[in-house]
Design a protein around this ligand. Structure first.
Ligand code: HEC
Length: 171
């Protein structure tokens, strides 16, 4: 081998060696950075895992048990239905006895009582008008009928049911 060939080979292998070292360094560096990063789990994987490890049967004990959860759900439903007056009943007598009767039984403030004589002229307006007046409120010659009897939580249907019950129970 000639002298300058040997020289070249030396430098060349040195370079290859350095490059190999650099490659190794980059590999180790990349691996180290990869290790130090928090693992990102795709949401679909999380969902799949949660579905896989979900209990087969519901647990009926403890504060996180299904019984407690059912109780909490029932309480939430009760709280929600509390916003609907009288559990949303369409029984006119319930609504009348709880609300409308406070004025319409005694006739306080000029409210027409359940005596037929109080109603003949009012019925003459048509039942539709009575419904509307009960829902939207009405101020006539005898006094002030507040909208929905003063309870806005009543649905229109409930007010209509109460009016119809009143008309059915005139004496
Ligand atoms: C705060 C007292 C009060 C309450 C509560 C009340 N009303 Fe009245 N209501 C009146 C008065 C007073 C009148 C008469 C208004 C007038 O003609 O001047 C009246 C009139 C009416 C009329 C006749 C309206 C018309 O056009 O002649 C209907 C129907 C009626 N009320 C339905 C109801 C219903 C149904 C409820 C319950 C959801 C109810 N009221 C609750 C005071 C009340």
């Amino acid at each position: 081998m000639r002298n300058y060939d040997l020289e070249f080979l030396k430098k060349f292998s040195l370079m290859i060696g350095l490059l190999a070292l650099l490659t190794l360094g980059l590999l180790v560096g990349a691996w180290w950075i990869h290790k130090s990063q928090p693992v990102e789990v795709p949401e679909s994987v999380t969902r799949a895992v949660e579905a896989r490890i979900a209990p087969v049967g519901a647990v009926y004990a403890g504060s996180t048990g299904a019984a407690a959860q059912a109780a909490a759900a029932a309480a939430a439903a009760a709280a929600a239905s509390a916003n609907v007056a009288y559990d949303g009943t369409l029984d006119g007598s319930v609504i009348f006895n709880n609300l409308c009767g406070s004025c319409h039984s005694s006739g306080v403030g000029g409210a027409p009582t359940l005596s037929r004589a109080d109603w003949t002229s009012r019925i003459a307006q048509g039942v539709e008008t009575l419904h509307t007046h009960a829902i939207e409120g009405f101020t006539g010659n005898s006094g002030i009928m507040p909208p929905k009897g003063g309870n806005p939580a009543l649905t229109d249907e409930q007010v209509v049911a109460a009016v119809d019950w009143m008309l059915d129970n005139l004496e």
